[in-house]
Design a protein around this ligand. Structure first.
Ligand code: FEO
Ligand code: CA
Ligand code: CA
Ligand code: CA
Length: 632
């Protein structure tokens, strides 16, 4: 550990250096202590970024936004996507969970997560576009009329159809209200059974061949799609996060299966009973075909999604894309699991003009790196390249294809920094500065687990933090300087109950992050319902969306969500007059699935529901009544 006084002096000095503002690291590096003096160092105050009235913490079963704003749900689980050839509104949602698997495949999936708004040509860019939405997972207690008591082939099919991604066309009317356009030629559902292709170094490798696909290139489906990315050529990246839990693993796993957490019981999905692909005792390589970043062309509903193995295999949270000065694509990725890693992929080639048609293989060639955060505030990107740095055949990495399937093991071998669950990454290309939310890690410092380090400085980190770094040699470089942007809650104590963050926008468990074009850093929170149930962070109420000014360090709460939900998916239209956000799993039952006999026990959001109705994840459109820019 550094000397805390020396560290504090260095940090306070850094606070007044515009090039290194908000340096929080170790010792007295406390958000509450340092965010306030920061403002005093700025001799010429910048234009004020945050212009709204902050909202209080809340336990209401509602979406609450600042005065002058309105929040309207526009696309909830079970809403029709507007499939071509179907009458608007069909198939109609059945509030008792009674829709069939075939109907679910033409409706919004469950548990909305990462999302992007793609403007459509031929219309004003902020009035009509495609909303692409991940559906991360399902609550089988709400999905089926009788819940998850007994699985059947139809229920597995419905569960698989409720996963994946939606593409829907949305339009703003003269009053500023948004609605899904039905029917639309773009409307599409991608599910856990949609045909896709595996490309890049691992395509065709022995580790990804199965009895059902001896080629190792033709894969069915994507699931547990968490956050996302958007490429400069206009495609959507969806990220496969907790895919392992869908597989029924062997009682005696080998070292590879153990490193990835493959277990006989999985996480409760019993798909393997009716879809043998998910029985890893029969098809041990199927799980190697998941955990990738998947590229989707939202403008071509007939296109085949492509799993991009060059970006590595992980419990991928998101894939944030920027462009280096020389035109190469740079993709930042967090792996949201305790003690896993932060990755960066740099493409071999520069992005070409001409959209997806000109960049179809850009993400198949390049270098994957994993981050090491050193105690002196510097950091290094370590190349995950077969044949380099001890990543050779003797170590179990005979080829790049094999290495990428075993990205975790390769990162272990390089000594990368084991992080406190890296979630979303956001960045500012003009300064080559990135932010990553680390949602927390209740295992750090426990017996047999890694202890604290400079980048992850709190044992039993129940509050989480946001780390940031600036690339020293541009986005494609291999060295960086890092600091803590904020340690959530009271930095002297991981527990929110102890003492509040002095800046008035206390939060815990940062997850979604997005830097909008004005420079506002939007932080979305995901305190788990079970943590809430245990009484942790009770003073924080429901999950929230906080706006941060990275220049001044000011934090202000913009939105609080309904009971039991997480907030995710934030994005604005190009004119920044609409902010879309996803309300995921309202009413989630701590530690178990919801009870279909009493589905509204915890929440009846999005609206007061009739008996037998069910809470529904949904996309919400937020606008200002005076039609101004969001957050200003
Ligand atoms: Fe799906 Fe890491 O949140
Ligand atoms: Ca997340
Ligand atoms: Ca989370
Ligand atoms: Ca989630």
């Amino acid at each position: 550990m550094e000397d805390s006084n020396a560290s504090a002096n260095a940090d306070i000095h850094a606070l007044c250096d515009p090039a290194r503002r908000v340096v929080l690291r170790g010792g007295l590096a406390a958000a509450s202590a340092l965010l306030a003096p920061l403002a005093a160092c700025v001799s010429t105050p910048p234009t004020r970024l945050l212009g709204f009235t902050g909202v209080a913490v809340s336990r209401a079963d509602a979406v609450l936004v600042p005065p002058g704003y309105v929040a309207e749900p526009i696309y909830a689980w079970g809403d029709a996507i507007g499939a071509p050839g179907l009458a608007p509104g069909l198939p109609a949602f059945r509030a008792d969970g009674g829709n069939s698997a075939a109907e679910q495949a033409l409706q919004a999936g469950m548990h909305h997560d990462g999302m992007h708004f793609f403007a459509l040509e031929g219309a004003p860019p902020s009035e009509r576009g495609l909303l692409v939405v991940n559906h991360e997972y399902t609550d089988e207690g709400l999905l089926h009329t009788d819940g998850a008591a007994a699985w059947s082939a139809e229920k597995v099919a419905k569960s698989q159809a409720a996963h994946g991604v939606s593409v829907v066309e949305v339009q703003r009317d003269a009053e500023g209200r948004w609605a899904v356009l039905r029917p639309s030629r773009y409307a599409r559902r991608i599910t856990a059974t949609t045909p896709m292709r595996l490309q890049g170094p691992s395509a065709g490798h022995a580790l990804v061949r199965t009895a059902l696909d001896p080629s190792g290139t033709q894969i069915r489906g994507t699931f547990n799609n968490c956050a996302h990315g958007v490429t400069p050529w206009g495609t959507y990246l969806t990220c496969e996060e907790n895919f392992v839990g869908y597989f029924h693993g062997p009682a005696e796993p080998d070292a590879h299966a153990r490193r990835w957490g493959l277990r006989p019981q999985g996480n409760g999905y019993r798909w393997h009973e009716h879809d043998e692909r998910f029985d890893a005792t029969r098809h041990p390589n199927e799980f190697n075909r998941h955990g990738w970043v998947v590229e989707i062309d939202p403008f071509d509903p007939a296109s085949t999604p492509i799993k991009r193995t060059a970006l590595g295999r992980a419990a991928h949270e998101g894939a944030f894309v920027m462009q280096a000065i020389d035109g190469r694509a740079v993709v930042y990725m967090g792996e949201d699991a305790r003690f896993e890693y932060i990755y960066k992929f740099v493409s071999r080639d520069a992005v070409r003009p001409g959209g997806f048609a000109a960049n179809r293989e850009l993400l198949d060639h390049g270098t994957l790196y994993v981050a090491r955060f050193d105690a002196d505030g510097s950091g290094q990107w370590l190349a995950l390249t077969a044949g380099q740095g001890g990543l050779d055949a003797a170590a179990g990495f005979a080829s790049q294809g094999e290495l990428l399937v075993k990205s975790r093991q390769a990162s272990d071998r390089l000594g990368a920094t084991k992080m406190d669950r890296p979630e979303w990454i956001a960045g500012d290309a003009s300064t080559a500065t990135l932010y990553c939310s680390l949602t927390g890690n209740s295992s750090r410092g426990q017996a047999g687990q890694p202890g604290v380090d400079a980048a992850n400085p709190r044992a039993d980190n129940s509050m989480g933090h946001v780390i940031r770094w600036t690339e020293s040699g541009g986005l494609a470089g291999t060295r960086f300087a890092w600091s803590h942007f904020v340690l959530a809650g009271d930095p002297a104590n991981e527990r929110a109950e102890a003492r509040g963050n002095a800046n008035g926008a206390e939060f815990a468990s940062p997850d979604g992050l997005w830097l909008d074009p004005r420079g506002v850093l939007w932080i979305q929170t995901d305190v788990s319902p079970s943590a809430m149930h245990r009484g942790e962070h009770a003073r924080l109420g429901n999950n929230m969306l906080v706006a941060a000014d990275p220049r001044s360090g000011e934090l202000r709460r913009f939105l609080t969500g309904p009971v039991g939900c997480e907030i995710t998916g934030v994005v604005t239209t190009p004119d920044m007059k609409t902010l879309f956000v996803n309300i995921q799993h309202p009413g989630e039952n701590p530690g178990q699935r919801n009870d279909p006999a009493n589905p509204t026990r915890h929440s009846s959001w999005p609206q007061g529901l009739a008996p037998g109705g069910r809470p529904r994840s949904a996309t919400v459109a937020i606008r200002r009544l005076d039609r101004g820019v969001i957050g200003s």
